[in-house]
Design a protein around this ligand. Sequence first.
Ligand code: CP
Length: 310
Amino acid sequence: MTEWTRHHLYDLEDLSKEEIELILETARSFKEVSTRDVKKVPALRGKTVVMLFFEPSTRTRTSFELAAKRLSADTINFSSSGSALSKGESILDTARNIEAMNVDMIIVRHQSAGVPYILGAGVQASIINAGDGCHAHPTQALLDIFTMKERKGRVQGLKVAIIGDILHSRVARSNIWGLTKLGADVTLCGPTTLIPVGIRNLGVKVTHDLNDVLGTSDVLMLLRLQKERQQDKFLPSIREYARVFGINKEKLKKAKKDVLIMHPGPTNRGVELTADVADGEYSVILEQVTNGVAVRMAVMYLMSGKKTAE
Ligand code: CP
């Protein structure tokens, strides 16, 4: 059996297929905890987890906090606004000062790629990347893959289309690493301006025509247009993007009858998908959110030094 030996989680790029499978298996055993009357196990009793979020978050932050609490850890939410960062203190000094209060894990989200690595090199606590710039969002990819595996019974051989703003998407990048390691057949689909040059080297196919993936994919993973990361004009207009790459009920008629519609959130209804698709029978968007808690419980449990599922 694979043993977990890592102290930090930066991205799925670093993990072996077996390590990813260990997280998924551990998450499967933790999922039941959230359905109990008393949603708690004592696995992380006495541990302290800090959420160090420098970017907005609804799902990831809440889900990490719930996951930590369900493992009986103590949790602290650090808010960058109102902190000593505004007086010129560096991020690393901030993390070191928080760690000096005997913290065991730091969950970090930052607008700059690489910040989790800087913290990991400078503190003793375990660092978990909750999204760094356009680089990586490993726990999002893990919960996406967990959801595919739970729904489809396998990842090997699944045809997964990742559609939209690949260029700015840390979710796409982490999913590409994870899905290809587990043997999925991944195709990226989007406007030429939003597909990074050289991305085929990661073992994926690329198309700019939605019709190439619509009828053959087991999973359509839609990505949000990341307006906050787009300084240049990548698209003629949002309306044009929605017309060509957005998924609506009419286009879904061409999809497989058991297709999964996935989206990491937040969704732009009317842009990457219409409201009736987001809330429709093929959508597993809220299941992804539910599974995020189990996956983050598994990650924190393994990172705490526990090596097998309870
Ligand atoms: N998927 C995701 O990272 O959502 P939040 O930004 O709400 O955390």
